[in-house]
Structures are given as C-alpha cells and as structure tokens.
Design a protein around this ligand. Structure first.
Ligand code: MN
Length: 327
C-alpha cells in the first residue's frame, strides 16, 4: 500500500537519539489514518513518540475489512525512492504491478519485497475476484546511503522459512530468527517475523541484544514480557534483550494470535521522509516530486494499469530539513 495522504507531514528520521539504551516496554497505540476515501488503517510508525525501529520506518496495520461487495484495495501507480516495501497479508490477495514489469498476485504467507532504490513506481489492487476479507501489514525499510541509489528490484518469495515450538509457529520474512533465515535481500542488519501463537502458549524467543525491537499484535491479543498487548497496538522493546517471553491470548474468532516482530540495528543516518519518498534533504525530495509529476524516466511506467496515476501532493511550504543526532 502507499501513503495516500494529500497533505503528508514531513518526517525527519534517524540518528540514535530515539533509541533506548536498554530494554523498554513502551506502548504505541497507533493512530487511525484514512487512506483515500474509505480505507482506514492504523499507523504504528512513524508516530509522535517513535520514528524508527532499526531501519523499519513505516508500519500500517489494516483490516480485517469485509471487501466482498466492494473493489477492495485500489492503489493507483505511485513512486517510491530510498526504501523497501514489505507487504504482508493475513487474509486476502493483492495484485502488484511495477515499472520493472513485475506482475504478481500474492496472498498470505508470501512476501513481495520491492526495493525502490533510485526510483520505482507500482500499483496494488485487489483482483476482480478476491477473498471476502482483506487483512495485512504494510511495512517500509529505509535503505542506507551506500545503496539507496541502487537500481530498483522486485523479489517474490512464495515460500519462507520458519520454525515451530510449544504452540508457536514462526515465519521469517526478513533476516534471521531462531536459526531460520529468510532469503529476502536486506541492506542493514534487520529482522521481521510473523508469530502465530495458540491460546495459552508460552514461548521464549532468542533476540540479538544489539538490535532494537518492537512487536505488533496484528490479530488477537498477547502478553509480551508480562505486558498486555491488544489487537492493532505495538510495544517498543528497546535494545539489550537476549530473549523475549511471549504468551498467546485469546481471539474473538478462536483463531491463533498473530504478532509481527520487527527489529534491527539502530539506524544512525539522517533521512527525510515525505509522501512515498525517502531522501536526505528537502531539495532531493522536491526533485523526486517534480520528476514524478513530470513523468520522468526515473520512475518508469506501470504497464497494464487501467486508470490515472497518483500525483505527488504540493510540497509543504517550509523547507524539508534532515535531522539527526545533531540538529
Ligand atoms: Mn507503495
């Protein structure tokens, strides 16, 4: 999915001033955001209190939405720079097209990973014939300076590694957890994993003490290090943890609890995030917007999409300045 906000806020991210020096248990309740005319999502990152968890810079949780009678997800072609999009469905299916010519329909437990690099455009739509419910998590990962101008790539991982133990079934999207390593390309030390927990399960996960972590309840409730976590909320866990104790709670429909564990080495570079772009300065972001609206070759064209593309909204009047440890 995309940032469809017509008046997007400028986010200044990076630097280590937001990183907890040790373990934390900060509840991020998220904020409801309206995308387009009818889609409501819960935005967990960036929020007022927290902007990054490792290189994870954007977390939207949506659904479950009953889309049986409607068109479902309909996101017209739009651009990205300087980031990777990690799309994760719990229910439903989405048709992805991009300016590299990728044309893929994916469902639950599959990972489409798009690396924007210097620029890419894509569209995302529920297929005409789609499952009744749409439920998922949209994540962005910031690219470090050394690779942010790389040529764009798209990977589709239909089978991901994982492990099971004591009522837990883990799927590793990115990085490594419990000895299972994802084939997805990451450019900073990072982990993203889906945890499915049956009610009453009680497990201890191995963590990297150099990473900072957060855990999102995407379905059902859980107890994380003794703290209750309800559906749609996220807990920031800080750094310095070698293990994480998680207990599965109950869900309204009797299905297992689903959590998304996100972690990574704290991201020390100063970046600017605006609309669907990540850059290093306001000038760079303004250039991206002008080039997208001017149909520059930078982003290419999404072939096969029937309809208009999303124009970049007007830039905010104040210059977009990168901010880090030192202002
Ligand atoms: Mn997008």
């Amino acid at each position: 999915m995309s940032n469809l906000d017509r008046r997007p806020a400028t986010r200044e991210l990076g630097g280590l001033d937001g990183t907890s020096a040790g373990p934390a248990l900060d509840l991020l309740p998220g904020k409801e955001v309206l995308l387009g005319e009818s889609t409501r999502v819960r935005r967990l990152l960036p929020t007022l209190g927290r902007r990054l968890v490792g290189a994870w810079a954007f977390v939207d949780h949506y659904g479950p939405d009953d889309v049986a009678a409607g068109a479902g997800m309909q996101v017209p072609p739009h651009p990205h720079t300087g980031l990777q999009t990690v799309s994760w469905l719990l229910e439903g299916s989405v048709h992805h097209r991009d300016s590299l010519g990728s044309d893929v329909t994916f469902g639950p437990q599959e990972l489409p990973l798009m690396t924007a690099g210097l620029g890419i455009a894509h569209s995302e739509q529920s297929p005409v014939s789609h499952p009744r419910f749409l439920h998922g998590v949209q994540l962005w990962v910031v690219l470090p300076d050394a690779v942010r101008d790389m040529a764009p790539t798209f990977e589709h991982h239909a089978a991901l590694p994982g492990f099971t133990s004591d009522g837990l079934s883990a799927t590793v999207l990115v990085g490594e957890l419990g000895g299972a390593r994802s084939p997805a390309t990451a450019h900073t030390p990072l982990v993203g994993a889906d945890l499915e927990l049956i009610a009453g399960s009680d497990v201890e996960l191995p963590l990297d003490p150099d990473f900072e972590y957060a855990v999102l309840a995407s379905a059902g409730a859980a107890e994380v290090e003794g703290a209750p976590l309800t559906t749609g909320a996220m807990l920031y866990l800080g750094t310095g943890r070698r293990t994480l104790r998680v207990r599965g709670g109950t869900t309204a429909d009797g299905r297992p609890t689903r959590l998304m564990l996100l972690g990574g080495e704290p991201f020390d570079e100063r970046i600017v995030m605006w609309w669907n772009f990540v850059g290093r300065s306001g000038e760079e972001i303004a250039d991206y917007a002008e080039q997208w609206n001017g149909e520059s070759d930078r982003f290419g064209a999404v072939v096969g999409y029937d309809g208009a593309r999303l124009e970049a909204p007007p830039l905010p009047p104040v210059p977009l300045k990168a901010r880090g440890r030192q202002q």
